[in-house]
Design a protein around this ligand. Sequence first.
Ligand SMILES: Cc1cc2nc3c(=O)[nH]c(=O)nc-3n(C[C@H](O)[C@H](O)[C@H](O)COP(=O)(O)OP(=O)(O)OC[C@H]3O[C@@H](n4cnc5c(N)ncnc54)[C@H](O)[C@@H]3O)c2cc1C
Length: 383
Amino acid sequence: MEHDFVPTRQAGLDRLHAFAPDAGARYAAQRNFDSPEGVSQLSPYLRHRLLTEPEVIAAVRDIHGEGDAEKFIQEVVWRSYFKGWLELRPSVWADYRQGLKAARDRIATEGGLRKGWEQACAGATGIDCFDHWAQQLTGSGWLHNHARMWFASIWIFTLRLPWELGADFFLRHLLDGDPASNTCSWRWAGGLHTRGKHYVARAENIRRYTGGRFDPKGQLNETPDPLDGPPLPETRTLPDTPAPDPGLRTGLLLVEDDLSPDLPARDFAATATLSGASHRSPLKVAPGVLDFTDAALADARDRVAPDATPLLDADALATWARENALEQIVMPYTPTGPARDLLEGSGLPIVPVLRDWDRAAWPHATAGFFKVKKQIPKLLSAV
Ligand SMILES: Cc1cc2nc3c(=O)[nH]c(=O)nc-3n(C[C@H](O)[C@H](O)[C@H](O)COP(=O)(O)OP(=O)(O)OC[C@H]3O[C@@H](n4cnc5c(N)ncnc54)[C@H](O)[C@@H]3O)c2cc1C
């Protein structure tokens, strides 16, 4: 499959239906090889919910059954696990942003660190595989999962760069850049997610799963210690999400976290869309990422709310709410991340609607993946 990510729900559905026949035994056998051929490349669609987790799982299960599609279904549920994990510990996102600020302060004053960071982002470190992936990411907006794992590990343990700068590099360039999957995965690679368990990229593993294209023998730190960090915060319970009040003058707002909204039918006094994509990083987010998100929002307007106003920033949101005299703004639940940061500062009467899938999965993300994995049969029974 080519990296031609057309930012519409229809393109996501086409990709899903093209991939679904391969999502059983073939996926299980091929998914670790660094090639787009063996995996779905559905992540930009799932990230923005141009496609939803249950519909992707249903399409695959209908062909293969739950047994043969087990591996693929589990991977999709990893996404829900990370979303839930961060939602139960939103301070981890705030701490990441703080850590990123501190790392950026360091590169402003430490020439050696700055040079290392620039070389890593440019794909000019001299480690061929790493340089290839850096260029693949900036050129296409997507990387295979195994390449992301190796890349993060080399960034942290061989190049010894702050993990937050690597996570930020990904969020600036990935079309699927996701606050939960990305932050948790970088923390996991460094050994901060499951304390003391880090992911070590090994030359032999890279040689094997790149089909011999790369062999960085002797170039990697294969005996690093995991990163150290503060203890994990306590988990919170998910906030209450009371139903919208049918008696109030109501607007509908969509942000890029959920572009196939599943909301109770009603008439809205006004509808709008808002993108938080430029807030994924304090640095410039890649134009391809902004274009993808903008076009995905335009697609959502076409499908869901043709008269919706495309809002450009938080000030425009406040003006829209005021001019339409809105008493409540209904929207799909916006999980922890850049769009939520935008909304939280607005002080507007937002009524988030949590999807059944998220309500069922997220509360189990209190520890490792295992607890959510145990819920898969129950999750699937509702799909
Ligand atoms: C360091 C690092 C950073 C990452 N950053 C992101 C990110 O910003 N956004 C993002 O969507 N994924 C991220 N991932 C997870 C994973 O790499 C991608 O979701 C996957 O590679 C997307 O390709 P695909 O759609 O072909 O996946 P497939 O293998 O076809 O899987 C199907 C779907 O399952 C979900 N999924 C698969 N693997 C994972 C995983 N390990 N964690 C969470 N969800 C998963 C994705 O939604 C994916 O589209 C990251 C992984 C690592 C190691």
